[in-house]
Design a protein around this ligand. Structure first.
Ligand SMILES: Cc1cc2nc3c(=O)[nH]c(=O)nc-3n(C[C@H](O)[C@H](O)[C@H](O)COP(=O)(O)OP(=O)(O)OC[C@H]3O[C@@H](n4cnc5c(N)ncnc54)[C@H](O)[C@@H]3O)c2cc1C
Length: 349
């Protein structure tokens, strides 16, 4: 059978795309039967409500405060967010995807293109399609087959749960002993999450963080890779969506909202009779490409700061009383709060 679209990967990006395709023969191929191991904290902005009316059991809690800490400095910042249960969220997306797509739990091993179609070979079978969507995460086989480019950076994340009573705020640590990016203690429903993301030395940082913060009754550790820094995400017969294209924020590693946004744009193109995937790439770059670029620059500057300089920066941000937009922090500051930040940087302290 010939499919109109094959989606490789059943994470947030692939499942949401399958939700949105209409009147097409769609096949979604995911290698893990239960959608794979937990590999994401599921902390998102309230923009998620623009995409769905989420069932209540998916939202673990609403958190609107963060304590940003470096050494002996700790300041409070407001940060409107939701903590969602990523497993339940993906299962919610899966049940809706099943209405539009055939789902197969197989691993894609090879993809090739003939003059008239694309052949996707899995551990079990060969499937043929007109168009393909690479939603297959950090080591995307779709990306490796069709594009000669990679996301700019790869971060590593590790976290665990502790059966403590949660407070209703995040503690975010910028101490360089715990990570070259940041580490966190986050409240969930009836438990607390301890974790970090970094570019290098994951286990060394993680062991130190866990030894010092001492989560109670810790059991399993969860691990994941976060590609960041948008790479080329379109080619004549398809697109990359989400982690496969580095659609995550270089300052935090968050990627759920960008993946949902990109899936929505991609669906518009796939639903056309003659899609032009260049339009998809242009639109993604317009909506979040600039923010990712700014964050890559900010990340470069951040990586050169020592803890004293980080403390100074934290104090400046606290003084400017900014409400952080989790998805577009830099473009938002540049648009609305430039003067406040400049006053913080150059005004009297
Ligand atoms: C530790 C950690 C914490 C995070 N925390 C947050 C957070 O708090 N907030 C936030 O917004 N984002 C967070 N993220 C990022 C976020 O999870 C992703 O950006 C987002 O879920 C988009 O994922 P995706 O669907 O593109 O890719 P993935 O979730 O990686 O899904 C890719 C899917 O493709 C499948 N696949 C891969 N190769 C093949 C193959 N060959 N054949 C078949 N199937 C294949 C995989 O099994 C997987 O299910 C975190 C990530 C990590 C690692």
């Amino acid at each position: 059978m010939m499919y109109d679209v094959i989606i490789v990967g059943g994470g947030v990006a692939g499942l949401y795309l399958a939700n949105l395709l209409r009147n097409k023969k769609v096949l979604l191929i995911e290698e893990h039967k239960n959608l794979g191991p937990i590999r994401c904290s599921g902390i998102v902005s309230k923009r998620i409500n623009d995409f769905f009316d989420l069932p209540k059991n998916i939202i673990e809690r609403e958190v609107n405060d963060a304590f940003v800490i470096c050494g002996n400095i700790g300041v409070r910042m407001s940060l409107e967010s939701l903590v969602i249960n990523k497993e339940k969220f993906e299962n919610f997306l899966l049940s809706r995807a099943k209405r539009n797509a055939e789902i197969r739990f197989e691993r894609v091993n090879k993809i090739s293109e003939t003059y008239k179609d694309i052949v996707v070979s899995t551990s079990r079978k060969e499937y043929r399609t007109k168009y393909i969507a690479g939603c297959d995460g950090s080591n995307s086989i779709v990306r490796r087959t069709f594009l000669n480019e990679e996301p700019k950076k790869f971060y590593f994340g590790k976290f665990c749960y502790s059966l403590e009573k949660p407070f209703n705020y995040y503690s975010i640590f910028f101490d360089s002993i715990y990570s070259d990016l940041f580490s966190w203690i986050a409240p969930r429903k009836g438990r607390v999450e301890y974790g970090l993301i970094c570019e290098k030395k994951l286990n060394e940082y993680y062991d130190r963080f866990i030894t010092e913060k001492k989560p109670k009754d810790k059991k399993d550790d969860f691990f994941g890779v976060i590609p960041t820094g948008l790479c080329k995400c379109s080619f004549p017969s398809g697109v990359l969506i989400g982690n496969s294209a580095g659609m995550t924020k270089p300052l935090t590693g968050g990627g759920i909202i960008y993946s949902l946004t990109a899936a929505k744009i991609a669906a518009r193109e796939f639903n056309k009779k003659n899609p032009d995937f260049g339009n998809y790439e242009k639109e993604c770059r317009k909506i979040f490409g600039k923010e990712i670029k700014y964050q890559l620059w900010a990340r470069k500057i951040y990586s050169k700061l020592n803890d004293k300089q980080k403390q100074k920066l934290i104090k400046i941000l606290a003084k400017s009383k900014l409400k952080i937009d989790m998805d577009f922090p830099i473009t938002n500051i540049l648009k609305n709060h430039k003067m406040k930040v400049l006053r913080g940087l150059f005004g009297k302290s």
